[in-house]
Design a protein around this ligand. Structure first.
Ligand code: GLC
Length: 754
């Protein structure tokens, strides 16, 4: 029986059962009599069917039409009084039926505020950047971080959080990589999925975004990401598929860009075919802010809600949608489906049963949550001669650059969280969007000083390399903080800004005991790498970032971050050495040919082409060492299980992230096998071990990671034959291999990992 028929039957049954029958002695409470959808014993589907059946056409239209929540567009647009001032979005409720308003806040690292001076800046807790959380390879931390920022969203009166950035880092220069989960679909899907689950544990809706293939910021509103179906499903779409299965986000936000020349928010392929039909997604699709381009085309392609209509060329889901319903170009059934999907998500995620009420926030407790995330995100890239952790004997330590005396950098754009206590540095960066450049007031220098009372610290702001070099000479240790601000709406160069390479060169020439701490949104080039003793990637470390960095540099915390993104040696190694488009012409219709690499994103491209990265996907050092042994594989049906032992072979307790990579044995890279690259990340586990301790780990590999997608058959097909299972400390540090034979297997496109 088709899903729709079943629903009709259930509906009929329900109306006879759910509508209360008043008996002589039992008078069901009036609320359920007048609002049977408030019966929590019913499913979200049943409750949505009931409430939509009671809605007038205009009430349904209310649900699908969104407004901005900030004074930013005055006098053209003044936000509703009921909106949360300074917020991203607001959709009115339906008081007659008890439908709460939808109050929408950005985004992935905490409660953001649109930057308009007449709006009240909300000072809230910021997680480290999304790519930093991905670098922890620790889904529990991602969940806890999501739960924390979701609780701040709820306490601030929001019931929809526009988080869940899951776009793969196809280009390391993408200005929004800092918001996402890196270059691998499994890692991004697991980590972003965990964060979404955390957010939604507060009885609010999280989005997942930007659906899909939103791979660059240059010409972001017009660029067409051109890619075949199979390559898309084996890469970008797979990250969303994993995250949606793990977290059931209440909403998907369709992206600005085009896919194969069709805007994402009116792409029947993306919204109806893949998301709603193939995957059976039951939530709703909201547009990005300015991502709606039509009425009937978008509605019939699967768009369910126009966000903040004043960002669009005109309102498309307001009066024009009413007219489209009248002329039949959009059916009543489609409008009902839109309203049902929205209310279903609202029921499923507690917006009806647990209405948001503003409340207090325990910032001290939340600072600990973000700090724990930031500490595990830090990646020790290089550490020659054990320069780090800071020696107890160090008496003269020089700290240089990047405002490290007062704070840590954060990424710019709609996800910007304004710091509790105010910005550490004022007046930096663009006055308008995506500025300002915000430093969180958590000073690495002060945190280091507090932990090394016996040492004498000197600080140099790094503005003059010669002066910095002079200050560095003769020190027991020099720590140079280097920054690269990344922001929404612009891509960035791999070369450190403000000529910091010259600064690091000068300092390293004056003192070889130099450690570089990078505060970046993603990879950067390091021409000075051979001249420095240690390099640490601290990403954008969030509210307590200074503390987190200091605890790792002093050894209080043993670094355990692993790269979620390949650091290239040069842009020439990339599928598109020059990013397509022209930043100075935002309206330019641009094509980006993603079929060059197809599904071979990141390390897969490097493996396929035989390129040597500067630092490999999955790389990260520790103050200890870890050994792997007893690699075993077992294949039963479509499940491949890989087990192995991990031992802490060093003298310091610490965490490690053994990684399992899988691929056809001797995979021909001419595409015959359909595999995009020699191997894929098939599984991973973060383990914590005392010195000398061991543990046995078992991971199961999702069969889709052993398969290729057959677009004609609409199925995942595992070819019979020999496969190679590699166990490594990174995609390039493979320590052990095993072979396993798999039987041929075909899984339907509806396969959901269960
Ligand atoms: C922005 C972003 C999106 C954000 C939305 C609301 O332009 O693309 O991520 O959630 O608009 O601010």
């Amino acid at each position: 029986m088709k899903r729709q028929q079943m629903r009709g039957l259930v509906m009929a049954l329900m109306l006879t059962t759910a509508l209360p029958t008043v008996t002589a002695h039992a008078q069901v409470a009036t609320s359920s009599a007048s609002k049977p959808w408030m019966n929590t014993k019913l499913s979200a589907d049943q409750r949505a069917d009931l409430i939509v059946a009671r809605m007038t056409p205009d009430e349904k239209l209310t649900l699908v039409f969104g407004y901005f929540g900030s004074n930013q567009q005055k006098p053209k647009f003044t936000p509703h009084a009921e909106a949360r001032m300074g917020s991203a979005g607001y959709i009115p409720g339906i008081p007659r039926l008890g439908v709460p308003p939808q109050w929408e806040t950005d985004a992935g690292v905490g409660v953001a505020t649109q930057r308009e001076s007449s709006d009240p800046y909300l000072e809230r807790t910021s997680l480290p950047s999304g790519i930093a959380t991905a670098a922890t390879w620790n889904p529990d931390l991602a969940f806890k971080g999501g739960a924390m920022i979701g609780s701040e969203a709820r306490a601030s009166g929001f019931n929809v959080q526009l988080a869940g950035g899951a776009n793969l880092a196809r280009d390391p220069r993408n200005g929004r990589n800092f918001e996402y989960g890196g270059e691998d679909p499994l890692l991004a899907g697991v980590m972003v999925g965990a964060q979404i689950r955390g957010i939604q544990s507060n009885n609010i809706i999280s989005t997942i975004k930007h659906w899909a293939l939103n791979g660059q910021e240059t010409n972001r509103m017009t660029v067409s990401s051109n890619i075949g179906d199979a390559a898309a499903r084996q890469s970008d779409l797979l990250a969303f598929e994993f995250a949606i299965e793990k977290a059931s986000p209440g909403a998907v936000m369709c992206a600005y860009n085009r896919i194969n020349s069709i805007y994402a928010c009116e792409s029947d392929y993306l919204l109806n075919e893949v998301l709603k039909k193939d995957w059976g997604y039951t939530g709703y699709v909201m547009s990005d802010w300015g991502g709606t381009h039509s009425t009937a085309k978008a509605a019939n392609a699967g768009l369910d809600q126009e966000s903040a209509y004043t960002f669009d060329k005109q309102p498309f889901f307001g009066a024009p949608l009413k007219a489209a319903l009248a002329d039949g170009s959009v059916s009543q059934a489609r409008l009902d489906d839109m309203a049902r999907r929205i209310t279903r998500s609202m029921f499923a995620h507690g917006l009806f049963d647990h209405p948001v009420v503003k409340g207090p926030i325990d910032f001290a407790a939340h600072a600990k949550v973000t700090q724990a995330d930031a500490e595990e995100a830090i990646v020790l890239l290089k550490n020659d001669g054990g320069l780090l952790p800071i020696a107890k004997s160090a008496r003269k330590i020089v700290v240089i650059g990047s405002h490290s005396d007062v704070g840590v950098l954060s990424g710019g754009g709609s996800s910007q969280v304004f710091p509790v206590g105010g910005m550490a540095v004022k007046g930096l960066g663009p006055k308008g969007f995506p500025g300002p450049i915000v430093y969180h007031p958590s000073s690495p220098l002060k945190a280091l000083q507090a932990r090394n009372p016996a040492a004498r610290f000197a600080y140099d702001d790094g503005s003059d390399p010669a002066a910095a070099a002079k200050a560095a000479a003769g020190a027991d240790l020099v720590i140079v903080f280097a920054h690269q601000w990344a922001a929404e709406s612009q891509d960035y160069s791999l070369t450190l800004a403000d000529d910091q390479d010259a600064l690091i060169d000068a300092v390293a020439a004056a003192n070889s005991k130099t450690a570089v701490v990078l505060e970046t949104g993603g990879p950067v080039l390091m021409p000075w790498l051979p001249k420095v003793g240690a390099v640490v990637e601290a990403w954008y470390a969030g509210t307590n970032g200074g503390e987190a960095i200091a605890r790792v540099l002093t050894g209080e915390v043993n670094p355990s971050g692993r790269l979620p993104i390949t650091f290239p040696r040069s842009a020439d190694q990339l599928p598109r050495p020059v990013i397509d488009g022209d930043h100075s012409k935002p309206e330019l219709m641009v094509d980006a040919n993603y079929d060059i690499e197809g599904a071979a994103v990141g390390y897969k491209w490097f493996d396929k082409k035989g390129h040597q990265p500067l630092f490999a996907f999955g790389h990260g050092l520790s103050y200890s060492t870890f050994g792997y042994s007893d690699l075993k594989t077992s294949a039963a049906g479509d499940t491949l299980t890989v087990s192995f032992k991990v031992t802490n072979t060093g003298k310091t307790a610490g965490k490690d992230v053994p990684q399992v990579y899988v691929g056809p044995k001797g995979a021909p890279l001419d595409g015959r096998s359909g595999w995009e690259a020699p191997r894929r990340l098939g599984g991973f586990k973060k383990v914590e071990l005392a010195p000398g301790a061991s543990t046995t780990v078992a991971v199961t590999v999702d069969p889709r990671l052993l398969a290729t997608f057959d677009s004609k058959a609409k199925a995942w097909t595992i070819a019979a034959g020999a496969y190679e299972v590699s166990l490594g400390a990174s995609s390039r540090d493979l320590r052990a291999k095993a072979e396993v034979t798999l039987a041929a297997k075909t899984l339907p496109v509806t396969y959901d990992g269960k």
